[in-house]
Design a protein. Structure first.
Length: 271
């Protein structure tokens, strides 16, 4: 495949890609001063910077007419030292997301938003069809970031490493410079979908720095599957939907697609 940056073709995409790249470089400069981290599988200490995995947005995110959807998760896995946008774009070209609960759900949620939830779950395309259309048009229209840029590469990495997540938040020095909010500001989302970040083991003080409680107004919930808020951020009100962790066990329909379609577009659905 051609160079990742060649896929960002509009002027605004090129500019925002440069801004994200520069932010990650400045963030890495801070992480480079952190103490080494002991990797649990071999009990050896490695530079904290070697764990860092950059993220950001995919092509089409800033296209006129697109709703900018930002997914915010906890951590990446098995991708230390890379750029997940570059890695994922390479993956998309030869990947069947039907077998991945994580990617199925993200693609279904993006599809629900793009179609304003008008279709029942049983009528939507398969995840590989959604991705094939995105590939063909070079228009993915969403962004992904994690609150921790430290990749969890341990053998049991399928389980979130909250010690590592919280170590990253501490190493980032958010009280001195809030890199996470700076990244959100560059991405300027219309909708944020978070992966059950609260009350799961992530440092509450750090989350308060990123998402101050006073900036939320509860709108409605759906059967304990998801909660929708108005989130005030940098003078803008963003719809923020907190759902289950994207790769948790359970129903794609009941825990992800339907909550997004119903909570965001309850007046538009005809099913």
């Amino acid at each position: 495949m051609r160079n990742c940056d060649d896929l960002f073709v509009t002027d605004i995409e090129k500019q925002k890609r440069r801004e994200i790249t520069e932010l990650m470089a400045q963030w890495k400069a801070v992480i480079g001063k952190a103490d080494k981290i002991v990797f649990p599988d071999d009990n050896k200490a490695y530079d904290a910077l070697s764990y860092f995995n950059a993220d950001g947005f995919f092509p089409g995110y800033y296209n006129e007419g697109n709703t900018k959807v930002l997914f915010i998760g906890r951590e990446s896995r098995y991708v230390s030292g890379g750029d997940r946008i570059e890695n994922d774009l390479a993956l998309f070209r030869s990947y069947n997301p039907n077998q991945s609960s994580y990617w199925r759900r993200l693609l279904y949620m993006v599809y629900a938003i793009r179609t304003r939830g008008r279709l029942p779950y049983e009528s939507i395309p398969y995840a590989h069809e959604i991705l094939a259309d995105m590939n063909a048009r070079n228009d993915y229209g969403f962004a992904i970031m994690n609150v921790s840029k430290y990749s969890n590469d341990a053998e049991d990495g399928a389980t979130a490493d909250f010690d590592l997540i919280n170590r990253f938040l501490a190493d980032s020095g958010l009280a001195e410079r809030n890199f996470i909010r700076e990244e959100i500001a560059i991405l300027d989302p219309d909708i944020i979908i978070t992966a059950n970040l609260w009350e799961c083991g992530i440092c509450a003080d750090a989350l308060e720095k990123i998402f101050p409680a006073n900036d939320f107004m509860h709108l409605r919930s759906r059967k304990n599957a998801a909660t929708l808020y108005d989130f005030r951020f940098e003078g803008k009100t963003i719809k923020l939907l907190d759902v289950y962790h994207f790769s948790c066990r359970g129903s794609d329909r009941d825990m992800f697609y339907n909550p997004v379609a119903e909570l965001l577009f309850s007046g538009d659905t005809d099913w």
